[in-house]
Write a protein that binds this ligand. Structure first.
Ligand code: SF4
Length: 347
């Protein structure tokens, strides 16, 4: 089969388990067998699926592909996190990050090529928007990472949709991917260990709350006052903070779950102590945990991180006012894998 023909094939990962193809309607067990190979054993080719009849495997291979990526590159950081650069069938690229911890394996996934949100401090935002990723390209990141790292996909129990893109602007594919992650016949993850990050789109937050999934919602707030927010997050012009906070309240009423507030510490921009006080005011009545993230620099960003001292002061100010807070240092800075750094670099 030519490379061009192979590229044009649909990936099986675009299907949910009940939609997986079977040879004849009588053989519904084949769906389970396929799902086992794809999600439990992490097969990346049909040849690996040795208990399926050869003729059927050949038929599948003529119509579908498994791995949705043309090429996968790995960049290993000193702290053992690994940045993955995936080349898609149309030649575009996207990224994911694998973060091994003592007690868990976490992956940070992308939902888009680039990002339309254009946050001023984010290297992905500076790339602009390429396109939405398909379900196969989102789920495929997990499977490719497991395959390259040499373990079963089901060993990955923590997922954060915080890589490239605003997942809620790729709502349909992000949601169907999450449903495959939590399907017991697929990756069988707990929704409680899946974090979806958003820049703050009130309508989509409400819609997601109505799905009734106990996900972790992470709001990238980054500033408590409209003026600063508009300066660093273009979507703030369209969505006032009040609307976002109302949507968070709706989420909490529906799901009763704590919300993560992401706050990148930008020196001289959003790290004033009056902003810490205003943040406390803004979040009153919500069950939240604030993550202060020192800014991870990238070339020509025009921003610098707040000093360690200022970050501690800001943290203390919040915790003295009983706002749960911690400082989150990003991994993978030496390979451009840290929060806000993803920019398709080759090394
Ligand atoms: Fe997009 Fe998130 Fe970067 Fe903003 S911070 S530009 S939403 S990837």
């Amino acid at each position: 089969m030519s490379d061009a023909l192979k590229s044009s094939l649909t990936s099986l990962l675009d299907f949910s388990v009940p939609e997986l193809p079977i040879a004849t309607e009588k053989q519904t067990f084949q769906r389970q067998q396929l799902a086992q190979w794809l999600f439990k054993k992490g097969a990346q080719t049909f040849e690996e699926m040795t208990n399926l009849p050869k003729a059927w495997r050949e038929e599948l291979a003529a119509r579908y592909r498994v791995n949705p990526f043309e090429k996968t590159q790995r960049f290993v950081s000193q702290d053992k996190s690994v940045r993955y650069l995936f080349t898609l069938p149309d030649g575009r690229q996207t990224e994911a990050v694998y973060m091994p911890y003592k007690d868990r394996k976490t992956v940070c996934l992308s939902s888009m090529v680039g990002c339309p949100a254009g946050c001023a401090f984010c290297a992905t935002g500076a790339l602009g928007f390429g396109r939405n990723l398909t379900q196969a390209e989102i789920i495929g990141q997990i499977l490719a990472i497991a395959w390259h790292e040499g373990f079963a996909p089901t060993e990955i129990r923590n997922v954060v949709l915080m890589g490239m893109g605003e997942a809620l602007l790729n709502y349909k594919n992000a949601l169907s991917s999450i449903r495959t992650m939590i399907d017991a016949d697929a990756l069988d993850m707990s929704p409680r260990r899946i974090t979806l990050s958003t820049v703050g789109l009130p309508k989509q937050i409400r819609k997601l709350a109505d799905e009734g999934l106990s996900l972790v919602l992470a709001l990238s707030l980054h500033a408590p006052d409209e003026e600063t927010r508009k300066q660093i997050i273009p979507t703030a012009h369209a969505y006032p903070m009040e609307d976002i906070i109302e949507a968070l309240k709706y989420w909490q009423e529906k799901l009763g779950r704590r919300i993560s507030i992401e706050y990148t510490m930008l020196g001289g921009i959003n790290d004033h102590l009056w902003q810490a006080d205003l943040l406390v005011e803004r979040l009153k009545g919500l069950l939240v945990h604030v993550n202060l993230i020192p800014f991870n620099s990238w070339q020509n960003s025009g921003f610098s991180s707040s000093s360690r001292e200022r970050i501690r002061e800001f943290e203390t100010r919040l915790s003295k006012k009983s706002l749960p807070v911690s400082v989150r240092f990003s991994r993978g800075q030496d390979t451009g894998a840290a929060c806000g750094q993803l920019s398709l670099t080759q090394a």
